[in-house]
Design a protein around this ligand. Structure first.
Ligand code: ADP
Ligand code: F6P
Length: 322
């Protein structure tokens, strides 16, 4: 089918680099002579008809900004038959022939459902969690890792001065990718992730005692939010070791900030590929990063894939934090 107009939206939790992706989508489309409209607040914008014309200058000055200029939302209404029908009606009314959806697995499911109803969609992986099964990398992950690392470096200063233990929660929803990378980067004594069951005595207390014997006086325990319970854990560590412990939840600061080079470049390439696909009338695809290549695959296949946790890196972290 001929693509005269494509829409672009961001959905789910925002991620640094989403703006760079929006910019690439808009510029590539215009380069190819395709009209582009922005859809505000994820799928809510499709339901409410919150649509606006975009031009080359609509995306000036955003490549370096965190967040998303299109705003984002989680839209429970979109999951209902009525909501979905309203979204399809808006596409017909606005003459939207295809949509680039930037978000996570949930947003991909929405893109799949719209594609099924005759609106070809291409998904771009945007989330700080890196928890999308079909891709090794998601836009926002690098920036979030660097932010979390910098925050924990700051914590280390005060942890070291007081000879304490800091128990730090990093985001990641139900996955431990962000926690693992951050934990390795900050040299954490222990890293707790949902993918690996833990035992407080074996995996934290014994490790602290052992490193204490070789002269270590402060400790950092990185905990994925999918494990949670950092306040209780800090109390428990203090009770079992006698070492004063504090809990810190990094929270939403991890979602903000200017995107790193990696996120900007990845988002630019992925946005470009999404429009290449749509311009050829190809929808129901997601863009992914595998090995060192940007590829695309069928949304159904993408959603059916299982993502592997990097147990090897986890083991390395364990072996070198002694
Ligand atoms: P993410 O895209 O980051 O995984 P969510 O899971 O919150 O974030 O999904 C974002 C939005 O995608 C939801 O608010 C909803 O509108 C839509 N969505 C999620 N799951 C489905 C589904 N199973 N079917 C249709 N739409 C969905
Ligand atoms: O998916 C990104 C993420 O930041 C997760 O790491 C976290 O679990 C969730 O979103 C938080 O969502 P909210 O912004 O709705 O609090």
């Amino acid at each position: 089918m001929e693509m005269k107009t494509i829409g672009v939206l961001t959905s789910g939790g925002d991620a640094p680099g989403m703006n760079a992706a929006v910019r690439a989508v808009v510029r590539t489309a215009i380069f190819k002579g395709i009209r582009v409209v922005g859809i505000r607040r994820g799928y809510n914008g499709l339901i409410d008809g919150d649509i606006f014309e975009m031009n080359l200058r609509s995306v000036s000055d955003i490549i370096h900004r965190g967040g998303t200029v299109l705003y984002t939302a989680r839209s429970p209404e979109f999951k209902t038959e009525e909501g979905m029908q309203k979204a399809v009606d808006t596409c017909h009314k606005e003459g939207i022939d295809g949509i680039v959806v930037i978000g996570g697995d949930g947003s991909y499911r929405g893109a799949r459902d719209l594609s099924l109803r005759g609106i070809p969609c291409v998904g771009l992986p945007g989330t700080i969690d890196n928890d999308i099964s079909s891709t090794d990398y998601t836009i926002g992950f690098d920036t979030a890792m660097n932010t979390a690392m910098e925050m924990v470096d700051r914590l280390r200063d005060t942890t070291q001065s007081h000879e304490r233990c800091s128990v730090v929660e990093v985001m990641g929803r139900r996955a431990g990718y962000l926690a693992l990378q951050t934990g390795v980067a900050v040299g954490a004594t222990s890293i707790l992730v949902p993918e690996v069951p833990y035992d407080i005595d074996r995996d934290i207390v014994a490790r602290m005692r052992k490193t204490q014997m070789s002269g270590k006086k402060h400790f950092i325990v990185v905990v994925a939010e999918g494990v949670g319970g950092v306040q209780e854990l800090a109390k428990e560590i203090e009770a079992r070791t006698g070492i004063e412990s504090r809990a810190t939840i990094l929270g939403h600061v991890q979602r903000g900030g200017s995107p790193t080079v990696r996120d900007r470049v990845m988002a630019s390439q992925m946005g470009h590929q999404a429009v290449e696909l749509l311009s050829q009338g190809i929808g129901n695809r997601v863009v992914c990063f595998r090995g060192d290549k940007i590829l695309n695959k069928d949304i159904y296949e993408a959603l059916a894939e299982q993502k592997e946790f990097d147990f090897n890196l986890y083991r390395i972290a364990h072996e070198i934090s002694i």
